[in-house]
Design a protein around this ligand. Structure first.
Ligand SMILES: [Zn+2]
Length: 288
């Protein structure tokens, strides 16, 4: 058990180092070069993790404060209802309940600069907004109608300036906030590196060093740049793609950290909760 924890911590140190380097540069989810970077960075951190029994971490038992910032449009309309935001937080709380984390809205604020209703990641306008409007020691949640550039969703990774903020579209489906809070607590996409083998059997299994490095999320063949929504029907993968062993992929279309259609996503796995727990304990315990 102690050995497993030590390896977990080592994994997370490298995990953070990776995120600092890659996402600090790009400021968004689909950082180009991330796949190559991960291949080079990750050694065999969990050589036997797929053989070990999962031991769930203790509950965190903490409620964190969320400060909501809604960017007003030209006519000073919010264009997102407080009841929608509150129901999103309720869904978020259900998703994080197994690790003992919950979230409550401590304030609603408006940003009276419609320029940020369609802001541009590539001009670091997310950073501008964060510098001008935020509440320290809380998670700052920004709602805009559209991002002019960058990914559909914002993201946050430990160590980045975004470690306590999340950018969301006002039209985002309710699962998106869960995905983004997953990033805030250190999770990467299940398709983070698309060289993962389906098998979990030794000696071929490579789930500890490919994909998202977690062996309890199925191998996910899609890169960040593909559009998985095109090959998913009724939340099932219809691509019939095989890995290099000839095994058919059964990708985790139900995982919050996948890039499949958000309505298909309903769960985190035990090892994802493990990451959330350690990121919280190591980097986020300053949050109120
Ligand atoms: Zn993402």
């Amino acid at each position: 058990m102690i050995l497993i924890k030590t390896k977990t911590i080592l994994f997370l140190i490298l995990f953070i180092a990776f995120n600092l380097n890659v996402w600090a540069q790009s400021g968004n989810c689909a950082a180009k070069g991330a796949t190559e970077y991960m291949k080079n960075l990750y050694p065999d951190i969990f050589p036997n993790q797929f053989l070990t029994e999962y031991t769930s971490p203790p509950l965190i038992n903490k409620t964190l404060s969320v400060s909501v910032y809604i960017v007003l449009d030209r006519d000073s309309n919010e264009n997102v209802s407080h009841s929608y935001i509150e129901s999103s937080i309720n869904g978020l709380n259900k998703a994080f309940e197994p690790v003992g984390l919950s979230f409550r809205i401590c304030s609603y604020n408006t940003i009276q600069n419609y320029h940020y209703d369609t802001f541009d990641f590539s001009k670091n306008e997310d950073r501008e907004m964060y510098d001008m409007y935020r509440t320290p020691n809380t998670i700052n949640l920004y709602y805009s109608i559209e991002y002019e550039q960058g990914t559909f969703f914002g993201s946050s990774f430990p160590g980045d300036f975004k470690s306590d903020c999340i950018f969301l579209k006002k039209t985002a489906p309710p699962q998106t906030i869960i995905h983004q809070f997953g990033h805030l607590f250190g999770l990467v996409h299940t398709s983070q590196a698309n060289d993962e083998l389906v098998t979990r059997a030794l000696p071929l299994a490579n789930c500890h060093k490919a994909g998202d490095r977690l062996c309890d999320t199925e191998a996910d063949p899609f890169t960040n740049y593909a559009d998985p929504t095109e090959i998913v029907t009724e939340c099932k993968d219809k691509s019939n793609l095989k890995d290099s062993n000839g095994d058919f992929y059964l990708p985790p279309t139900d995982n919050y950290m996948s890039l499949y259609p958000p309505p298909c996503t309903v769960l985190f796995t035990p090892k994802q909760y493990d990451i959330i727990y350690y990121i919280y304990k190591t980097y986020k315990s300053y949050l109120w």
